[in-house]
Design a protein around this ligand. Structure first.
Ligand SMILES: Nc1ncnc2c1ncn2[C@@H]1O[C@H](COP(=O)(O)OP(=O)(O)OP(=O)(O)O)[C@@H](O)[C@H]1O
Ligand SMILES: [Mg+2]
Length: 281
């Protein structure tokens, strides 16, 4: 078991918040807000990709983001950890408050933000190093932990990432030798190893087979106990299976946000209904 140090607890206790099962209607307005977005506009140079996005992402729940290709789903979540900033012409305006702090403020500590907000991309992106070091990398960066603590933490993250049994005898082998689905679970383990509070997943299952997909969906179900998850997906069944809330994006705007069951059975907007029922997109 991983020990707590004086100022930081390395493993959080499971959330004590009682939850509905995914698919049950729950009123988001009663839940604490993890991410409060107001009037977010985004430009790629001269091209505006997001228009006045405002949304409250509930804490300790899974929120799915759906919508046709090019509607701004990736652009929207890439603002939460300011990863877009690697390109100078990419500009975000508006506010994105995570736990009440505007992450777009110049005062934001980017290293702390990236620890708090983990990201998993569509294609697995393992570092060119061993399986063990992929997961240990962030732990070493963010914690002053002993070798024993690091090893415990790597094991714990790989277990939570549903990968431990498949890799425990070859931790020193290159991560790139794993299958695509294993690499994706490794990236999830790498992200959760530093105990982020918010996990952004951008179509994490699009490049992997149904068996690996179902493992990742099970994992998302367990993550929901401790983390806030935002999941971009093109797979309507997946959104319905794993998310508590769903936001429908269209042409850079958030058309509708609500309990997943409502969005999928009785949406307010005709555009949402057309998309859900496969009439476009
Ligand atoms: N690097 C970029 N430079 C210029 N325009 C971009 C860039 N990335 C995305 N865009 C544009 O911004 C808009 C939103 O793109 P984004 O990638 O956020 O869509 P998406 O909803 O994630 O689509 P998909 O489902 O295909 O991943 C699109 O019109 C896209 O062409
Ligand atoms: Mg995308």
């Amino acid at each position: 078991m991983i020990m707590a140090t004086e100022e930081r607890v390395l493993v959080k206790p499971p959330s004590e918040v009682a939850k509905q099962r995914p698919g049950e209607i729950e009123d988001a307005s009663w839940l604490p807000v993890k991410v409060k977005v107001r009037n977010l506009n985004f430009h790629y140079g001269g091209h505006q990709a997001l228009f006045d996005n405002s949304i409250d992402i509930p804490a300790s729940r899974v929120t799915a983001i759906i919508g046709p290709s090019g509607c701004g789903k990736s652009t929207h979540i890439r603002v939460y950890n300011r990863i877009f900033e690697i390109y100078r012409s990419h500009k975000a305006k508006g506010t994105v408050e995570i736990d009440g702090e505007n992450v777009l403020s110049p005062a934001t500590d980017i290293l702390k933000l990236r620890k708090k907000v983990g990201m998993i991309f569509q294609r697995p992106t393992p570092f060119p190093m061993s399986i063990f070091n992929n997961v240990a990398y962030g732990v070493k960066l963010h914690y002053r932990a002993s070798r024993g603590e690091i090893a415990d933490r790597v094991e714990d993250a790989l277990k939570r990432g549903a990968l431990w049994d498949e890799v425990k005898d070859k931790l020193g082998e290159p991560a790139t030798a794993l299958s695509g689905g294993q690499q994706q679970r490794l990236c999830i383990a790498r992200a959760i190893a530093v105990e982020p509070e918010l996990i952004l997943m951008d179509e994490p299952c699009s490049a992997i087979d149904p068996v690996a997909t179902s493992k990742i969906e099970d994992l998302i179900e367990t993550l929901r106990d401790n983390y806030t998850v935002v999941l971009v997906t093109h797979n309507m069944q997946q959104a319905a299976r794993v998310s508590d809330f769903t936001a429908f994006f269209y042409k850079g705007r958030i058309v509708e946000f609500g309990a997943t069951k409502k969005i999928f059975t009785n949406p307010d907007s005709g555009q949402t209904e057309d998309y859900i029922t496969g009439r476009f997109g």
